[in-house]
Design a protein around this ligand. Structure first.
Ligand SMILES: NC(=O)c1ccc[n+]([C@@H]2O[C@H](COP(=O)([O-])OP(=O)(O)OC[C@H]3O[C@@H](n4cnc5c(N)ncnc54)[C@H](O)[C@@H]3O)[C@@H](O)[C@H]2O)c1
Length: 266
């Protein structure tokens, strides 16, 4: 048991598919959903990291490139064939490569790659998981919960631009809203999770090298620190569970107040 271990078991007998489960937010979420009783399918392009996540959470690893329609279709089929339902889809895999920068310097290849991994993937995951949830609703009256990872940059502009990343997350936000509205009466909720900056190894390394860069960002965070992955995972568990039964088509900010801030405390 750790301080983060939840006492609640809201997801017993539910099956959750987590993309990007090998690292960061996805990994923390796989742990959290498993600890709440869910069967967790850990999907990742990285075989080593994905397998490790599945072992740690007692779940199933499926290697998948989320930009490939056939592989995504097979992912949900495997989840359903193994556990008999797909109740939760956390569509979270994403990239932010250094070639994606200011619009003035970002080339078309970098633009397209980020759109594929961050936005087309969410379209594919929703497209292929929805039929399982719709059928389940018809059969049992229980649909499902889809949580798509957007970002706080979907609602706020940054002068330190990653133009394709920001545009892709805006797309995830708008698509999630629309799907949440379209499928609401079939027992399916679709929400866009908008995390603020998270204390991942990459971010830590970047800011250790360049403290001024960290300070420039931290000044905008009312709580004065970045999020821990477990804090984002806790929000996903809430959105996945029936505790959020009236939360749908939402822009669900988990950002320490960044998007609400004008002047922050000294
Ligand atoms: N870290 C942050 O500060 C932050 C803030 C807001 C939003 N987000 C978003 O949260 C999500 C997760 O971010 P993270 O920081 O945990 O990232 P991460 O790099 O730690 O993990 C991403 C995982 O996705 C996997 N992945 C990448 N491309 C894939 C593909 N084509 N197919 C399948 N798997 C693939 C990677 O192998 C990796 O395991 C991303 O969508 C990111 O944009 C992150």
């Amino acid at each position: 048991m750790t301080d983060q271990t939840p006492v609640c078991r809201r997801l017993v007998d539910r099956t959750a598919v987590v993309t990007g489960a090998g690292s960061g937010i996805g990994l923390a979420t796989a742990h959290r959903l498993a600890s709440e009783g869910a069967h967790v399918v850990c999907a990742d392009i990285d075989e080593v990291a994905g397998k490790a996540a599945a072992e740690e959470t007692g779940g199933l690893f499926v290697q998948v490139d989320v930009t490939d329609s056939d592989q995504v279709e097979a992912l949900y089929r495997t989840a359903f064939d193994t556990y008999g339902s797909v109740d939760i889809a956390f569509n979270n895999a994403g990239i932010s490569p250094p070639e994606d920068d200011s619009i003035l310097t970002t080339g078309l290849d970098a633009w397209k790659r980020v759109q594929e991994v961050n936005l087309t993937s969410v379209y594919l995951c929703c497209k292929h998981v929805l039929p399982y949830m719709r059928r389940q609703f018809e059969r049992t009256g229980r649909g499902g919960s889809i949580v798509n990872t957007a970002s706080f940059v979907a609602v706020l502009g940054a002068a330190t631009s990653q133009i394709s990343y920001t545009a892709s997350k805006g797309g995830v936000l708008a698509m999630s809203r629309e799907l949440g509205v379209q499928f609401a009466r079939e027992g399916i909720r679709v929400n866009a999770l908008c995390p603020g900056p998270v204390n991942t190894p990459l971010l830590k390394e970047l800011f250790a090298k360049d403290p001024e860069r960290a300070a420039r960002r931290l000044v905008h965070v009312p709580v004065g620190r970045f999020a821990e992955p477990e804090e984002i995972a806790a929000a996903v568990a809430f959105l996945a569970s029936d505790d959020s039964s009236f939360v749908n088509a939402a822009e669900f900010l988990v950002d320490g107040g960044i998007a609400g801030a004008y002047v922050t405390p000294m």
